[in-house]
Design a protein around this ligand. Structure first.
Ligand code: ADP
Length: 319
C-alpha cells in the first residue's frame, strides 16, 4: 500500500490579456476549474500507475470539499478526509497572461489544519503501508507526525520537499529515506542547511560528482533531484541500502512533446512511489526510470492531476 499524506487544493484559473492593476476589473476568458494540491496530484499519479493508494488530507464543508471526495473515489483512491468546520478547502487562483506568465494565489485553508491526532488515530493505515509519501503543503507538525508514524511502523519514507517550508529542519530531512526536490527546492535546501549558495538554474549543467557532494550536505539518505529537461540525478549515502551499485548517477529526460509542465514534479514523485511498491532487482533505480517516463508523459497534457499518465500509457510508449 502507498500512503500519501498531503494537500488537496481546488484550482480556479483564468486567461487574461494582462493582469489587472489595483482597483481595475478586467474580463478574462477560458475559465478552468480543476483539482490540484501536491498531495492529491501525487496520489492520483501513484494510483494511475496501478498502486493501491490511500490518501489522508483535510478539506472544508464546502462544494470544493465535496468535489474532492468524488474525484478521489473516481480514481479508486482510499481517501481519509479530516473535515474542518472552520476552514475552507484549499484553493488556488491562477491568472495566466497572454504571454504565458502566471500569477498565483494559494490559500491552503483546511490543509494547514491537518491534525497529528487525526493521523495517529489512523495508525492502522501506517501499519498497512509499504511506502509513505509526504509534501510540505500542510502544517509542519502533521508532516512530522506522518514521518514519525511511518518510522515507527518501518515504512519507507519519501518526502517531496515542496514548497520549501521555513520550518523544514535537518531533523525532518534525516527522518526521510528518499527526498525528491526540484532544482530550486534543492538550491533552497542547500542554503538552509548552511551549505554553499548555488544558482538553481546552473544545477542541471553541473558535473555529477559535484551534485553528489552537494546532495550529501542535506542529511537525507537518498536524494533524487529532478532537473526538468535535464532529467534527474540520484545521490545515496549508502547505495547498497537502496539496491544500487553506484553512489550517484543521472538519468536523462525522455523526449516529450511538451505542452504544459505543471505537475511534472508531482507525476514524478507519485509514480516513483508506485514503482517502489513494485520492487525489483534495483528498486530505486528502476523506480526513478519509471518516474522519469511518467513525468515526461505528464508534460504532454494540460493540467496537473488530470494529466497524470496511466500504466498502460507508459508501456505503450516505452514498452
Ligand atoms: P517541477 O515540476 O517540480 O518543477 P521538474 O521541472 O524538475 O519538476 O520536472 C520533474 C520531472 O519531469 C523531470 O525530472 C523530468 O523527469 C520530467 N520533465 C520535466 N520537463 C521535461 C521535459 N521538457 N522533457 C522531458 N521530461 C521532462
Amino acid at each position: 500500500l502507498a500512503l500519501v499524506v498531503g494537500s488537496y487544493n481546488h484550482d480556479y484559473a483564468w486567461r487574461v490579456e494582462r493582469a489587472p492593476s489595483a482597483g481595475e476589473t478586467l474580463r478574462g476568458d477560458a475559465f478552468r476549474t480543476a483539482p490540484g494540491g501536491k498531495g492529491f496530484n501525487q496520489a492520483v499519479a501513484c494510483a494511475r500507475q496501478g498502486a493501491s493508494t490511500a490518501f489522508v488530507a483535510a478539506i472544508g464543508t464546502d462544494a470544493a470539499g465535496d468535489g474532492a471526495r468524488r474525484l478521489a473515489a473516481d480514481e479508486g483512491i482510499d481517501a481519509h478526509w479530516q473535515v474542518c468546520g472552520d476552514a475552507a478547502t484549499g484553493s488556488a487562483c491562477i491568472v495566466v497572461e497572454a504571454g504565458g506568465q502566471n500569477r498565483i494565489i494559494v490559500a491552503l485553508g483546511a490543509n494547514e489544519r491537518l491534525e497529528p491526532a487525526f493521523l495517529r488515530e489512523r495508525a492502522n493505515l501506517f501499519a498497512a503501508a509499504d511506502v509513505l509519501l509526504v509534501q510540505l503543503e500542510n502544517g509542519i507538525e502533521a508532516t512530522r507526525a506522518a514521518l514519525d508514524l511511518a518510522h515507527a511502523h518501518g515504512v519507507l519514507r519519501v518526502l517531496n520537499p515542496a514548497p520549501v517550508h521555513a520550518a523544514l529542519d535537518a531533523a525532518l530531512l534525516a527522518r526521510c529515506d528518499v527526498v525528491t526536490p526540484n532544482e530550486s527546492e534543492f538550491a533552497l535546501l542547500l542554503e538552509r542547511s548552511g551549505g554553499a549558495r548555488v544558482d538553481a538554474a546552473t544545477l542541471g549543467a553541473r558535473d555529477d560528482a559535484e551534485l553528489h557532494r552537494l546532495a550529501r550536505g542535506l542529511g537525507a539518505a537518498s536524494v533524487v533531484v529532478t532537473l526538468g529537461a535535464h532529467g534527474c540525478f540520484v545521490s545515496h549515502a549508502d547505495a547498497k541500502l537502496r539496491g544500487d551499485a553506484q553512489p550517484y548517477y543521472r538519468i536523462a529526460a525522455e523526449r516529450a512533446d511538451v505542452v504544459d509542465t505543471t505537475g511534472a514534479g508531482d507525476a514524478f514523485s507519485g509514480a516513483l512511489v508506485a514503482a517502489l511498491l513494485r520492487g525489483g532487482d534495483r528498486p530505486l533505480r528502476d523506480a526513478v526510470v519509471h518516474a522519469n517516463r511518467c513525468a515526461a508523459l505528464s508534460t504532454e497534457r494540460r493540467g496537473a492531476a488530470e494529466a497524470m499518465p496511466r500504466y498502460a500509457d507508459v508501456t505503450r510508449r516505452f514498452g
